[in-house]
Design a protein. Sequence first.
Length: 177
Amino acid sequence: REAAALGERPIALSRSGDPATRRRAREFAEGCLLSLAVWRRFGTADFAEALGWIRRTDYAAMNALLPQSAVEAALAVWRAGKHAVAQSSEAQRSAHVAEEKAWALGSSAAARAEDFDFAGVALAKRRAARVTPAGEAVVRDAYRRLLSAIHHPIWDLWRKRDVVIDAALGGSGFAGL
């Protein structure tokens, strides 16, 4: 939807003589970069759909609003009985385990053993029924740690976004990086 609203490819718009058009291309590229980075950090389509598109903003607003929005989106997915986090990286696996443990807080060992007989929507409903305040606190903390992981903080990408966007819109792809 965001790309369709541009009317042309961002690289073509970035070469326009019109400053407003170039600004639109840059804002789209910035939103794309940050959205993809946060979506990938969590790693599930359910999380990406819950969070939605990240609009360009200044550092203070990004620092204040993005963590809260991302954690709340992840919690909404978790409360629905679905994983908000994939298992592609060690940081994701840690948060994924926290999600499982948090659901376990609201059930017995026998009920968890029965989960193997369920899949998809039925399993999500069983998990959603086990959501507890204690479980929510566990996953909230795990999501915050995932978002602010020391080895790849989103904030570093935000600070370096101009270099990345210049390379992408410059026409040579990311070879300049």
